[in-house]
Design a protein around this ligand. Sequence first.
Ligand SMILES: [Zn+2]
Length: 200
Amino acid sequence: MSQKLENCWMVLPGHKVGYGDLVIEGDSIVDLRLSPSPQDGASPRLVMPGLINCHGHTAMTLVRGLGSGLPLQRWLEEAIFPVEAKMTPEDVYAGDVWGLMEMLAGGTTCVADMYDFPWEMEKALCAAGMKGRVCRVGLNFIPGRLEECIEFTKSFNVSRLRSNVLADLCIHSEYLTDEAFCRGLAEANKELKRPLHFHV
Ligand SMILES: [Zn+2]
């Protein structure tokens, strides 16, 4: 399917801004005609590459505003964790779709996500036609989670035919992931060689 965007401003390679017409076929730009200056009736919109969200908990759209104003640890333990413990994969998928629609509306087309049920995020990303990275969240208080994180990352990336969603390794944070977990992940990553997603 071909689509022509006429009379619009656009971001060009080299961080330049130009003006003209653009023709898209499928997922490729097939023609670009620049004009020296805007024509009458010029679109006020800007055509640009998609923005990248480098860190998200997309399904938390479902708990937006919950426990607002609490300090971090109380917010997590009193407001968020009890609700998240009851979330089903279907809940997370719904929150992911909601969050991705908001991102698309703002121009974001790629996101690195850190949340439970990452395979639901993969489904939502594919349905939205977006790119992304998912991970199994690295939390040391869940028995067997280290091995699960390593296996998830390894099997996810070798079994996916689509290249628009890949899995990275994850260390949640200093307060929810201990040294043994981090060392175990680092050791496994000598072979996996994946990017690491973590909070600082
Ligand atoms: Zn975060």
